[in-house]
Design a protein around this ligand. Sequence first.
Ligand code: FES
Length: 136
Amino acid sequence: MLTDDPSASPCGTPHSTGSDGSATIQPFAEPLAMVEFFLNGAAVSALPDESVLAACQRSGVALATVCKGRGICGACRVSVEAGLDALPEPSTNEIRLLGYLARGEDARTHRLACQIILTEPLSGLRLNAYPVAPKS
Ligand code: FES
């Protein structure tokens, strides 16, 4: 974003310039709010607007992927244990892929982890990687 504000920077990080002309990076006013969700019962913290798959990868939590989050392989399929009503509707492609993968199962509670973008209303979302492992 172009601006006439001398404290603005192209990277979005606030800067100021000292009397000697040196640039100083200012800390953000507020830390980024994390969105916490659960995968197979383990808590995972996500950055706002991060996908479930990306949050798992960043956090070192194993979740299968073949297409690296492009929404075409279905390897990241998860079942939604809690929070289904808070999720946005799946895309036509996601519905089609989940229907194909379900093969007679009820696919309405399944989603692609790479297509779930985490926002504050999804905090507390509970997911299980597919196939769901039996609880011990
Ligand atoms: S990672 Fe391939 S569909 Fe999600």
